[in-house]
Ligand binder design. Structure first.
Ligand code: FES
Length: 159
């Protein structure tokens, strides 16, 4: 099997496998490392991680599709996740999503053609006390209303 990652990433995964008493515990950090390098987790990448850890490719694919932080397809440089679960919905996440669709010119689940933004609604991001809550890549924001969103987008725009 060809190794679909850089030697450095492969080495880091080998190191992870020495850290955890059970190899399976290295799965999430290994997936993170591969996604960090590639931007998303292709079938080939998931098969590679599965074989490194000794799990089935189907199991790894199941884990990847369960967690919204993992991407099976390429996403935008700024990947915006908008929580749609009840506390956020009651606090205006629908309005925020509509605002974002208008501002970015894309729909839920889409990546803009210039690759700058992708937008997706997701279930609870674990910060319900900051509703409506969003995450952009690893950055958390909340509460966010349309005006605050415009400020955030302004900061993301290239200068
Ligand atoms: S309901 Fe939105 S972060 Fe929990």
């Amino acid at each position: 099997m060809t190794i679909p990652v850089r030697p450095e990433t492969d080495r880091k995964i080998d190191e992870l496998l020495t850290v955890y008493p059970m190899k399976g515990s290295a799965l999430l950090p290994a997936l993170y490392l591969v996604q960090e390098e590639k931007g998303h987790l292709s079938e080939e990448s998931m098969e590679y991680v599965a074989s490194k850890i000794g799990l089935s490719a189907a199991f790894v694919a199941g884990v990847v599709s369960f967690y919204t932080m993992f991407h099976r397809k390429p996403v935008g440089r700024h990947h915006i996740q908008v929580c749609r679960t009840l506390p956020c919905a009651l606090s205006g996440s629908d309005d925020l999503m509509a605002h974002l669709k208008g501002r970015l010119g894309i729909v839920d689940g889409e990546t803009r053609s210039d690759g700058a933004y992708s937008l997706v609604s997701v279930e609870c991001l674990g910060a319900c006390d900051r509703a409506p809550f969003i995450q952009i890549n690893d950055e958390e924001h909340g509460p966010v209303d349309p005006a605050k969103m415009d400020e955030i987008l302004k900061r993301l725009e290239p200068r």
